[in-house]
Write a protein that binds this ligand. Structure first.
Ligand SMILES: Cc1cc2nc3c(=O)[nH]c(=O)nc-3n(C[C@H](O)[C@H](O)[C@H](O)COP(=O)(O)OP(=O)(O)OC[C@H]3O[C@@H](n4cnc5c(N)ncnc54)[C@H](O)[C@@H]3O)c2cc1C
Length: 582
């Protein structure tokens, strides 16, 4: 008797009956387990007699039985954890016997393979991802890898993919856009369809999606901005950083923004990296920008810009600054631009440095060093100057003839890291203002359970909640009672607009894992095949259509020494895409 056969005969087999399994089903399970035991024995014998080819029909029978077992267990299980555990132990036992190497990793992989095969042998999971930004692509990438019989449609409002990687990330940060290569691989997987130019809430409803897909993952981002809600916010030349970014990055609908760059100063309200991106683009040399994918019209406007001073205003102090060290370094090294800090803002800052955690310590040291050196750095002939200002909250925009001329601020002091307004006021003249106080998601369909206050989909770890859970609700244990079955959200729509692409990736991988596990545990039931979105009469852009747009943009850019010249006219994009074969 071989070693494996010995092991096999020594196993306690079959496992004990789980508490809640009904007697007839348990009997069926036992019969199948017995039959499989004989099959496994026979397969092992043939393998050891040097006749592995003779195993094929036995293995097919074994697989058929395993599939039946999974189905039976699922039917009985119906959220019964006890039986699920049994099912796992059955597989582990069987695969240990079937595959001579008792490497646990292999056993678990084989077990998962079997469960996935079970899914593919019946109904293929059809998943719809709404939004082709990083959250959507990373979720698709994960699901492709871990749910191997699934089909995914990525539905995108615009004719072009990549969300804020294309329309948010600054043009002079091309290395950040390399994630597009990974997204492209995902989109080109035969199990994925990109359906551009289709918008949830306009071209189709959430109800339609839920009827036509086993699972729907909402990843449509955050595309509005927060307002300050202070007097005169609607004055001319008060914009949002979101609009300004969308303008220079070529987001359709923003090409005619025409920000007025004829004045001498720009004020950015907010000190996050988006505000710093805007400051850098406005103060950078046009010669450098023209090598990037910044739109031609923005480049032309920036070449005529007369802006010299950019104020970057934050309500708290240097120790709470929201920009990161990489972005600050870039500003400090910007050619032909000086940085001017206000010495008063740095009272007691230097002495607190030794006690700061490492990242905060490094950025504070850099600010303090730059402040100490600013006397030696003259304002260059361009007159360009970057002026971070702390402890100020805007309370009023002042203007004449409908146009902003100054911002009135309240001076803050800090208490436990929070900004507390004082009686002191300061007014700083400016010609143009961009609020940069965060993006905001919106509800695009009345069936989306949305938290208007936070500006994100109500969810718990990515599962969309049926209602806002409070008090005793939190203890509800039944998934079907608590969550919208098969409905998920990830990325900025689910977490709120914070973090970088890496943060979005981690969040989306986590939610995608939940989706896969919900399929594998039958929480999402695969009763029938589903058709996916009905595309009749809907002029969508396929991946080949996007590739045609991409090729045209690259061709236009080549002539100007740029990586691409982005198209901004949707009609033109659709025209180009319609000539591409599917
Ligand atoms: C100005 C700016 C600069 C940034 N720079 C960097 C950087 O340098 N490095 C970095 O790591 N991170 C950066 N980030 C953060 C990064 O862009 C985000 O982490 C990431 O894009 C969030 O991904 P998302 O998929 O959730 O949202 P998005 O990228 O916004 O993607 C959402 C997608 O959904 C689509 N959509 C919207 N509505 C609908 C609808 N109704 N139906 C169908 N589709 C819809 C949108 O068109 C979009 O394609 C930046 C963010 C901003 C705002």
């Amino acid at each position: 008797m071989s070693f494996e056969q010995q092991q096999f005969s020594q196993q306690s087999y079959p496992p004990n009956q789980p508490e809640n399994a009904s007697p007839p089903v348990w009997k069926q399970i036992q019969d199948l387990l017995d039959e499989n035991a004989i099959l496994i024995q026979a397969i092992l014998e043939r393998q050891h007699s040097g006749n592995p080819d003779a195993c094929q029909s036995l293995q097919v029978a074994l697989h058929r039985n395993l599939v039946q077992l999974v189905n039976l267990s699922f039917i009985t299980a119906n959220n019964n954890h006890c039986l699920r555990c049994m099912q796992v132990s059955v597989y582990e036992g069987m695969f240990r016997k079937l595959f001579p190497t008792t490497n646990v990793v292999k056993v678990v992989a084989a077990q998962q393979w079997c469960i996935r095969r079970n899914v593919s042998s019946t109904v293929r999971p059809r998943i719809c991802i709404v939004g082709a930004g990083p959250a959507g692509f990373y979720a698709a990438q994960y699901i492709l890898k871990h749910l191997d019989s699934s089909d995914i449609d990525i539905v995108e409002k615009l004719p072009v993919p990549f969300g804020l990687v294309r329309f948010g990330v600054a043009p002079d940060h091309p290395e950040v856009k390399n994630v597009i290569n990974t997204f492209t691989k995902t989109a080109e997987n035969p199990r994925v369809r990109f359906l551009g130019n289709l918008s949830l809430g306009k071209d189709f409803t959430l109800e339609e999606l839920r009827e036509r897909y086993h699972a729907v993952l909402l990843t449509y981002g955050a595309e509005r901005d927060n307002t300050l809600n202070i007097p005169n916010e609607t004055l001319q030349n008060v914009l949002s950083a979101r609009e300004f970014v969308a303008w220079y990055n070529g987001l359709p609908g923003f090409e005619n923004l025409n920000p007025d760059l004829s004045g001498k100063s720009l004020t950015l309200l907010g000190q996050g990296n988006v505000a710093v991106d805007v400051a850098r683009i406005v103060l950078a040399s046009v010669d450098e920008l023209q090598k990037t994918d910044i739109t031609d019209y923005a480049l032309e406007a920036l070449s005529r810009s007369r802006i010299e001073t950019v104020h970057l205003v934050g309500r708290r102090g240097p120790l709470q600054a929201a920009f990161t060290i990489k972005e600050l370094r870039e500003m400090l090294k910007l050619p032909n631009c000086a940085t001017r800090w206000r010495a008063d803002d740095f009272d007691h800052v230097e002495e607190s440095i030794p006690n700061l955690p490492r990242p905060r310590k490094r950025i504070t040291e850099l600010m303090v060093k730059s402040l100490a050196e600013q006397g030696q750095n003259k304002i260059p002939p361009t007159g360009r100057c970057f002026q971070p200002t702390f402890f100020r909250s805007p309370i009023n925009f002042i203007g004449t003839n409908g146009k902003v001329e100054a911002v009135e601020y309240v001076v803050n002091k800090l208490a436990d890291g929070r900004a507390i307004p004082t009686e002191q006021r300061e007014t700083i003249a400016t010609d143009l203002v961009c609020r940069s106080i965060g993006y905001r998601a919106i509800s695009v369909d009345t069936h989306i359970n949305f938290d208007e206050r936070k500006g994100c989909v109500l969810n718990s770890g990515g599962r969309v909640l049926k209602r806002n859970l409070t008090g005793s609700d939190q203890t509800i244990d039944d998934i079907e009672d608590k969550y919208e079955p098969g409905l998920y959200a990830s990325g900025w729509l689910a977490t709120g607009p914070t973090g970088v692409i890496l943060t979005t990736m981690n969040n989306s991988f986590g939610v995608a894992d939940l989706v896969c596990r919900d399929f594998q545990s039958n929480t999402i039931r695969l009763k029938t095949s589903l058709p996916g979105l009905d595309l009749t009469g809907r002029p969508y852009v396929s991946w080949n259509g996007w590739k045609a747009i991409d090729a045209e943009e690259v061709r236009l850019g080549l002539a100007k020494g740029k990586p691409r010249e982005k198209l901004t006219c949707i009609k033109r994009m659709l025209q180009i895409a319609s000539n591409a074969s599917d």
